[in-house]
Design a protein around this ligand. Sequence first.
Ligand SMILES: C[S@@+](CC[C@H](N)C(=O)[O-])C[C@H]1O[C@@H](n2cnc3c(N)ncnc32)[C@H](O)[C@@H]1O
Length: 280
Amino acid sequence: MPPSSRAPRARVDRALIVGARAHFDDPAYYAKTYAERREDIRYYEAIVAPGARVLEYGVGAGRIAIPLARRGARVVGVDWSRPMLDDLARRLARERGDVRARVRAVHGDMREVSLRARFDLVLVTFNTFLHLYTRDDVERFLSRARRHLAREGSLVIDVSVPHPGDLARDPDRLYRAPRLRHPTTGQLVRYGERFDYDASRQILFVTSEFEPVDGAPPFAVPLAHRQYFPEELSALLHYNGFEVTGVEGGFEGEALTRHSDVMILTARAQAARARRPASV
Ligand SMILES: C[S@@+](CC[C@H](N)C(=O)[O-])C[C@H]1O[C@@H](n2cnc3c(N)ncnc32)[C@H](O)[C@@H]1O
């Protein structure tokens, strides 16, 4: 192998490591950015019964987990971001004692964590699944998730739907958005995003760029999202021991269509009998 052929892959892999984490290093910015996002919370509130045992992968700062616990669910949340889990702890400290007691945070990698417990609902919320970049990541994760499902339990995954026009955006163009006051630095900043899609691995690299208006140095935050097409995600679930029981195209029960921006897949574990290969 010529030495030069190694370099690009190493560079992209670093971009993946950073792109999986950097966006979650600043919980104050995360909270401000998604403060208006309520529709997914309402969706999960509607499907979780009081007393249900819930496992949420990518729990973050508890944007979804805390409302579920307020409604009586017992939630275990897994996340590998210390800053997000620290923010979750701060938020829980402001909750009533019974709500606090119903949320347990586990620091770890969703591809590896083993809890020795089973759950009525296993949730993979708000694009967390898009941080599984390779087939190996997906297989490792789904095998863990399956072992955490109760017999009649359901796995629910919500992710954005890739659209060809979005993936074709010019990586050299900065897509400007309104100025904002950065909650962590306190600076007024010009804000924009760049989108660079690697079609060979179906990974969208998004860079958020901040330019303080007072002339202070600009800074950027990368994010890497694997793009899963609907039939691909269904197939991955099917070939990893799940039976897809529901597909929705929005948080109000909309059908998945060519116009949907989000897809919500619900699945349960395939019966052991169904998973056995046919005898020859
Ligand atoms: C978009 S946030 C969702 C947070 C929260 N569920 C919400 O809806 O606000 C994705 C979360 O997944 C976490 N995450 C990404 N990859 C992970 C992995 N391999 N293991 C554990 N957590 C991961 C990130 O740290 C982040 O907190």
